[in-house]
Design a protein around this ligand. Structure first.
Ligand SMILES: Cc1ncc(COP(=O)(O)O)c(C=O)c1O
Length: 375
């Protein structure tokens, strides 16, 4: 049963919606935790609007269920949205460092900032002076990702600045792995660099509470990366297989059906021409909803458990599918774009393959126009 619909309240006049199965999310979290050593803390990565699943709803739920120890967001804005929705869980801002004024807002909202430079540490110390309170942060080390973070040994100078005399507390030190899902040798090298840095810090008595490096692929596949805390996203949303259940399904309805003759062209630029007489159904979803235009004449939808090819170009708000093979298809029937139907299933991975991209991109692009319904 649908429990509540994403805020702001949406009226479901257009029958296109995404269902978020919180039961599946719960089982994924439980399974993930069981696979980690006892005592490993879990940061649920909810950046990118919880990979399109709705960060506010999913984080509130995680708080209520005590399903995770931490949340991970990408920006102060994302963190503030959670705080304003009543989410009080420890939350690490994984990105958005500059300008350093963002630190002040972050600290006021009790978000934990990432420090990735000496200037950042000094900027945060200034914020601590202004608010007159000890500020916790996590230091980011770049061990081979090449985005943000201190190299080594230059990072040691930053770690030294993050101390109580500057109003700061080094709550965590972390790094991010560039190829944990494929390149074992490079992952080992990154972890070796990270552990070397931690040893150097320990030799000076600098011992952060949380040392962390692992995303989903690393936590599941590289046991030595787990350390004190793991930061999964993809696996929890069921977007990487390995026994984790998909959490989100995307559905719409057949809103129009017509029978056309052989040789009829469909859609913009007439890219599809029927080879025989055909029954064509129109679905009220398009690229403005995040359906990749690359699915034109390539993707499929499930109607009554049968695969129906997308024919013609995906338009902004509509797409056409060939339902000739589903004789019983009627206006008002459900069409599953992502998810199971009958014995078949289409996943975000299929969309990613059809669109020549990765599941992260297609799932985070699912538009705000598509209401999320939580079950
Ligand atoms: C710093 C950081 N940690 C953890 C994650 C979660 O990664 P995944 O979704 O692959 O588990 C991400 C996602 O990109 C990230 O940027």
């Amino acid at each position: 049963m649908a429990k509540f619909v994403s805020a702001p309240p949406q009226r479901l006049f257009r029958p296109t919606w995404a269902e978020v199965d919180l039961g599946a999310l719960y089982r994924n979290l439980r399974r993930f935790k069981r696979l980690m050593p006892a005592g490993t803390k879990l940061m649920f990565v909810v950046k990118g609007d919880a990979y399109g699943h709705g960060a506010v709803q999913v984080s509130r739920w995680a708080q209520e269920k005590r399903a995770a120890d931490w949340l991970g967001v990408s920006s102060v804005e994302e963190g503030i949205a959670l705080r304003e929705a009543g989410v009080r869980m420890p939350t690490l801002v994984l990105g958005s460092l500059y300008p350093f004024e963002t630190f002040l807002a972050g600290v006021q909202y009790q978000l934990t900032p990432t420090v990735a430079s000496l200037a950042g540490a000094q900027g945060l110390a200034e914020v601590a002076r202004r608010v007159g309170a000890r500020v916790k942060c996590h230091l980011k080390l770049d061990t081979g990702m090449g985005r943000i973070g201190m190299g080594w040994p230059s990072g040691l100078a930053v770690a030294r600045v993050i101390n109580p005399s500057n109003g700061l507390e080094l709550d965590g030190v972390y790094t991010h792995l560039a190829a944990a899902d494929g390149d074992k040798a490079y992952t080992s090298l990154q972890l070796k660099r990270f552990k070397g840095a931690l040893d150097d810090m320990a030799a000076e008595g600098i011992r952060p509470k949380f040392r962390h490096a692992a995303n989903s692929a690393a936590a599941l596949g590289v046991p030595s990366s787990r350390l004190d805390l793991v930061r999964p996203g993809l696996a929890l949303y069921g977007l990487m297989g390995r026994g984790f259940e998909p959490v989100m399904t995307l559905k719409t309805k057949l809103v129009y059906i017509k029978t056309v003759q052989k040789g009829t062209t469909l859609g913009y630029n007439r890219t599809y021409r029927t080879k025989n007489a055909a029954r064509i159904a129109t679905l009220p979803i398009g690229y403005a909803d995040g359906m990749p235009r690359a699915l034109s004449n390539k993707g499929e939808a499930l109607v009554r458990g049968r695969r129906c090819p997308i024919v013609g170009i995906v338009s902004m708000d509509m797409v056409t599918v060939d339902v000739t093979g589903v004789q019983q298809a009627r206006v008002g029937d459900e069409a599953t774009l992502i998810g199971p139907s009958g014995n078949d299933r289409i996943g975000f991975g299929d969309w990613a393959d059809w669109a020549d991209t990765i599941p992260y991109e297609v799932v985070t692009r699912l538009g705000h126009r598509v209401p999320r319904v939580y079950r």
